[in-house]
Design a protein around this ligand. Structure first.
Ligand code: SAM
Length: 276
């Protein structure tokens, strides 16, 4: 495999070897949470689920070229936006919460990075944001709520350890993380459909997600339900997924000593291509 960039490569700036490495199905990471390599994790951790910028940077490098343009409709404290800055791409982030926007600004100041465009608003109104409409994005890279996972109090072992409080992203009824499972899927589809109107043909849509614990009535594999829901959107082609194994997740003795209850130390990275 070549150490050069193939002249036919229109997707990214990777050499053949870098391309192959980026195809591994599991990304196993253990990022520092202090010091310069943490990208101000001490500030970003005020958010219940900040994503490591280095992880997002790997995706940005594969799915865009230098100077590419990226949209994150659920931007939080800016994991995607920081990744784009690190990789010399431009980005627009949207989030309901002015508090998360302020943390992102503080992170940029701390790291002496120029901030990307950040819109405080409801992603279901993307079409009314001047910073979003009439743009041509190469990639929609986002980490939406995982249905109502954050908004529910924890049970069992976590509760016993005093880690049982609910940690909703916001208390707003517009927060997709405060919706029931099926309503969440419908609203997520709506946001992605709006975002597609400013994604270039052959651009990609990438979503992070986690599964919920199964119940008697549904498997609760949110990654499978998001995939099925978005495959119904015209022009959106499912290309597969990668797994992010987060080595920093604690192991809890869920179910012990009676029944199997999975610890989830991974997230799904769902990858779609837009072929209008
Ligand atoms: C999983 S977090 C994203 C974290 C982000 N990747 C980061 O690195 O900080 C999901 C975000 O979606 C936001 N959100 C939920 N509903 C929204 C909506 N209707 N419009 C815009 N943002 C929303 C929440 O405020 C939350 O910050």
């Amino acid at each position: 495999m070549s150490g050069e960039v193939d002249p036919r490569n229109r997707l990214n700036d990777l050499t053949g070897r870098e391309w192959v490495y980026a195809l591994r199905s599991v990304i196993s990471t253990s990022y520092p949470t202090s010091g310069p390599e943490s990208y101000a994790h001490d500030l970003r951790r005020a958010h219940p689920s900040p994503k490591p910028p280095q992880l997002l940077a790997e995706l940005v490098r594969f799915f865009t070229r230098r100077g590419g343009h990226v949209l994150d409709p659920f931007a939080g404290v800016g994991g995607t936006l920081l990744a784009c800055t690190l990789e010399a791409r431009t980005a627009v982030g949207v989030d309901l919460s002015p508090a998360y926007a302020a943390i992102y600004t503080a992170v940029c100041e701390r790291l002496a990075l120029a901030p990307q465009t950040y819109v405080v608003g409801d992603a279901r109104e993307l079409a009314s944001f001047p910073a979003v409409v009439a743009q041509s994005f190469d990639l929609i890279l986002t980490d939406p709520p995982y249905a109502a996972m954050q908004a529910r109090a924890k049970t069992g072992e976590r509760k016993k350890r005093g880690q049982g409080g609910a940690t909703p992203f916001t208390t707003s009824p517009a927060d997709l993380g405060n919706l029931g499972y099926w309503a969440f899927l419908a609203e997520l589809r709506r946001v992605i459909e709006l975002a597609l109107s400013c994604l270039r043909p052959q651009g990609h849509v990438i979503l992070f997600t986690k599964d919920l614990q199964p119940t008697a009535t549904h498997h609760n594999m949110l990654h499978a339900d998001i995939t099925a829901t978005l495959r119904e959107v015209a022009g959106l082609e499912f290309r597969g997924y990668r797994i992010w194994h987060d080595q920093s997740r604690n192991l809890y003795p869920f179910g012990y000593p009676f029944a199997f209850v999975a610890n989830q130390q991974h997230q799904f990275i769902l990858i779609f291509r837009y072929q209008p």
